[in-house]
Design a protein around this ligand. Structure first.
Ligand SMILES: [Fe+2]
Ligand SMILES: [Fe+2]
Length: 193
């Protein structure tokens, strides 16, 4: 349903389980970055009213996810650490050439966002199914549902604002590229690593 071409190696969960503090820290910043992305789309593309309306709602939702993760960190007696570098996202966003029309740039940003949501959703599903800590597993099950909706929304906007055929082609190319990046990942206790 998410269109991803390479599923995460389930052994990634074993790495995560050894360092819950690290995954929660990285995850908190994923939610912060999702919030920042939504704000940035509003600032960059204010004339797309449907998008601005949805991004305004998304800012609230993503920052509430950040709060949920931060609350978990505090409840466990930890303090939020510094931001982690997200190599996955840094590699992903080099796929489309820079420049092009405003619509092209918007479509590219929407497709990146859709993919990051899709992969996050897939990772959360794995955590919800495999984590031995049942409370944490349930936490990830709820978040998985939210991120699936975001994936659908971003892809829907890309198709709405761009040329449908062109967008679908680009989406398939991006999925292939992402699968290639993923071959070298699933080795660290981060949401996308
Ligand atoms: Fe989120
Ligand atoms: Fe999201």
């Amino acid at each position: 349903m998410l269109g991803l071409k390479l599923p995460t190696d389930p052994r990634w969960v074993n790495i995560v389980e050894k360092n819950i503090e690290e995954i929660l820290t990285d995850h908190a910043y994923c939610e912060q970055k999702a919030t920042s992305t939504a704000i940035s789309l509003i600032v960059s593309f204010p004339e797309y009213s449907d998008l601005v309306t949805e991004m305004t709602a998304l800012v609230k939702e993503e920052i509430s996810h950040f709060k949920m993760v931060h609350d978990k960190i505090i409840a466990k007696g930890w303090v939020l650490g510094r931001d982690r570098k997200d190599d996955y996202v840094l590699q992903l966003i080099t796929f489309f050439p820079k420049g092009g029309s405003r619509t092209t740039q918007l479509v590219h940003r929407l497709l990146y966002a859709a993919l990051i949501e899709a992969r996050s959703c897939e990772r959360f599903r794995l955590l919800s199914e495999e984590l031995k800590d049942k409370e944490l597993a349930e936490f990830y099950r709820k978040l998985m549902v939210s991120e699936a909706n975001h994936y659908t929304m971003f892809l829907g906007f890309a198709r709405q604002y761009g040329d449908r055929k062109d967008v679908d082609e680009k989406w398939q190319q991006l999925l292939d590229y992402e699968a290639d990046i993923m071959k070298d990942l699933s080795k660290t206790e981060t949401i996308h690593g």
